[in-house]
Design a protein around this ligand. Structure first.
Ligand code: GH3
Ligand code: MG
Ligand code: MG
Ligand code: MG
Length: 317
């Protein structure tokens, strides 16, 4: 028994150390006008290795958030001058969902309806003072755990599992936002679709698994080509990939895509001692203001069709 107990406690200690190490990746903002209340919370959080910011009021909290966009958790008091905790949460929730940011309300108010009020306004949790430190700790841990899980789900919902690239969903979401931003800035951009030539033959000759390796190699090549730029790359499905060229159009977009085409052509993919060579065709269309993102892709797809008809291994725009 003694042995088992000590093994358990070692396991627990290891687990808690692991949690604390992971905590350093999370940022917490403590909002309270009372200095002692604030420093109590800050101490507790710093001991658990969180990165911590402090604000003395709601408006100060908003100012900090404006320059620190990566805050994961806010612990806010209710009674504060200028803006109370309830108003602060309402303000924050117009911009940040509970999937992006967790909020825990804390108050020494005797009004028992306060927790419901906070939760309705978008708080993720609420605790009355005086509280037992361990309870607050548990609630913080639960909220961080929820945040991690939500982020993991979001990550996998937006990723192509084979290549690790963005999937169609994330490509559209980010692309639409970026196209709007470019339109406002009067910046020309372009959309491209790349399709591997005769890919069915790769599968037929070398097997489906080798086909998968080829797709990963193409994905890596595309990722390398956009590295350090704001261009987007995604796997649309099958052997089709898409690019959104953030600040390139016309001749410059064509040249960029031709570079991509050459890089794909230069690939030597070794699978089971076989050297596989492939080529790809690309259609590129300049983004037309007022058109939908769907239409940009359709235009690129039509150019891709022409590139295929024109003999493959070429860029058409
Ligand atoms: P084209 O030059 O006209 O594009 O010819 P193609 O053979 O590349 O085009 P086709 O659309 O006829 O074939 C695409 C093939 O891609 C068929 C499908 O089995 C294969 N494919 C789609 N998704 C995957 C995948 O995830 N892995 C593998 N290995 N093959 C895939
Ligand atoms: Mg107060
Ligand atoms: Mg295809
Ligand atoms: Mg193809």
């Amino acid at each position: 028994y003694i042995l088992k107990d000590s093994a358990d406690s070692v396991a627990r200690a290891v687990h808690s150390v692991k949690c604390i190490v992971e905590n350093s990746a999370f940022t917490v903002l403590v909002v309270d006008d009372a200095r002692s209340a604030r420093s109590g919370l800050v101490d507790l959080l710093t001991r658990r290795q969180f990165k911590v910011f402090e604000a003395r009021s709601g408006s100060e909290a908003l100012k900090i958030m404006a320059v620190q966009p990566n805050i994961d958790l806010i612990i806010t008091d209710y009674h504060m001058p200028d803006m109370d905790g309830y108003q602060l949460i309402q303000r924050i929730r117009t911009e940040k969902t509970s999937e992006e940011l967790r909020i825990v309300g804390v108050s020494s108010s005797s009004d028992r309806r306060l927790s419901a009020l906070f939760l309705k306004a978008g708080a993720s949790d609420f605790i009355y003072r005086p509280f037992v430190a361990e309870e607050l700790q548990c609630r913080i841990d639960n909220n961080i755990e929820t945040l991690k899980q939500l982020r993991r789900l979001k990550y996998y919902a937006e990723r192509d599992p084979l290549t690790g690239l963005s999937n169609r969903r994330l490509f559209f979401e980010t692309g639409i936002r970026m196209a709007r931003e470019n339109e406002r800035a009067n910046r020309a951009s372009a959309v491209a679709i790349l399709d591997v030539d005769h890919f069915k033959k790769v599968n037929d000759t070398y097997g489906h698994e080798a086909g998968d390796v080829v797709l990963k190699a193409v994905a890596d090549t595309l990722a390398e080509k956009v590295e350090g730029t704001r261009h987007l790359v995604a796997r649309l499905g099958g052997e089709e990939f898409a690019l959104y060229l953030h600040d390139l159009a016309g001749r410059a977009a064509f040249d960029f895509c031709n570079g991509v085409r050459e890089a794909v052509e230069a690939l030597v993919i070794e699978v089971n001692d076989k050297m596989i060579h492939i080529t790809a065709s690309i259609g590129v269309a300049d983004v037309q203001p007022e058109e939908t993102f769907d239409n940009h892709l359709n235009a690129a797809d039509q150019f891709l069709y022409m590139a295929k008809n024109g003999g493959r291994n070429r860029v058409f725009c």
